[in-house]
Design a binder for this molecule. Structure first.
Ligand code: PXL
Length: 282
């Protein structure tokens, strides 16, 4: 049976992030993908001026109510960029209403990058996001989001031990599995490290670092990870697939990165991803 996932995040109409990334990636991976758009923006907020923002918070409980009335069930729920504290609370209610025994919840606590919060985010929002993370099966923060979730200073200087210790403290928030993205130990490699507190085991996936700052790479990574995890791939296979696809999409973008300043050119790689995802089961 084809697996069904719902992804809850904004739709930035132009700019390759959130839903315009998650929907094609999850579909290519062979999942039936439902969406709840939390807001409609003309573009994302990183690097554009004058973007529109239409909030859809009020629609979320109505969509949930309708879905409940027709007994919809999901194998996975994946959340990304959420625009307000209230929205995070409503999404937490959605988890309570739709989490069944085998539903995997993946929370990407999108809040910032490179040590800074994205436009409009506050430490207060981060406290609410911490509560949402406690309800997840897997959380996928980068180091900036880690610092806000754990209320610690942001650092780019760390070693393996620090990352392992941080992962343990992230799972202490209440989610069994944590994945830190964008990990760099200064050895020219770039990747992700994951920890499963139920088995007290770590796994990692690294590839050579590519010198480029691109928007939406976190959304690409989390979408692949969510698709793989919901299809039943191991944590190791899931992070490997996410790192590989993100890096090959960045590689695809590098030659024309000025043209694609607004996001990564992942589309040419969707065919390969679909092939990889076949080995993850249905
Ligand atoms: O890529 C994360 C993201 C998602 N959605 C919106 C954003 C951002 C990052 O800036 O602005 C609207």
């Amino acid at each position: 049976m084809i697996k069904r996932i719902v992804t809850i995040q904004d739709i930035s109409c132009f700019g390759r992030c959130s839903l315009t990334v998650a929907l094609p990636i999850l579909s290519a991976m062979g999942l039936e993908t439902a969406v709840i758009p939390t807001a409609v923006l003309s573009t994302h907020t990183g690097g554009f001026k004058g973007y529109t923002f239409h909030d859809l918070t009020e629609d979320i409980p109505k969509i949930a109510e309708h879905w409940n009335s027709i007994n919809l069930e999901f194998d996975g729920i994946y959340t990304g960029y959420l625009g307000s504290k209230q929205q995070v609370e409503i999404v937490a209610d959605f988890f309570d209403a739709f989490k069944k025994e085998n539903t995997k919840i993946i929370v990407d606590p999108v809040m910032g990058d490179a040590g800074k919060l994205y436009a409009g985010f506050t430490p207060e929002f981060a406290r609410e996001m911490r509560k949402l993370c406690s309800k997840a099966d897997i959380i996928v923060p980068n180091m900036t989001e880690v610092s806000y979730l754990l209320d610690e200073p942001y650092t780019e200087h760390y070693d393996k031990e620090y990352i392992r210790n941080t992962l343990r403290r992230l799972t202490a928030l209440g989610c069994p599995v944590a994945v830190i993205t964008g990990v760099r130990y200064g050895d020219g490699m770039h990747g992700a490290v994951a920890y499963d507190s139920r088995t007290d085991s770590f796994c990692e996936a690294f590839l050579p670092h590519l010198e480029s700052q691109m928007h939406g790479t976190g959304d690409v990574f989390s979408s692949v990870l969510s698709g793989a995890a919901v299809k039943g791939a191991s944590l190791q296979k899931s992070i490997e697939a996410a790192v590989c696809f993100t890096v090959s999409s960045i590689n695809e973008t590098v030659p024309e990165k000025d043209k694609y300043f607004y996001g990564v050119c992942f589309e040419p790689k969707l065919g390969e991803l679909a092939e990889t995802a076949k080995s993850f089961g249905c």
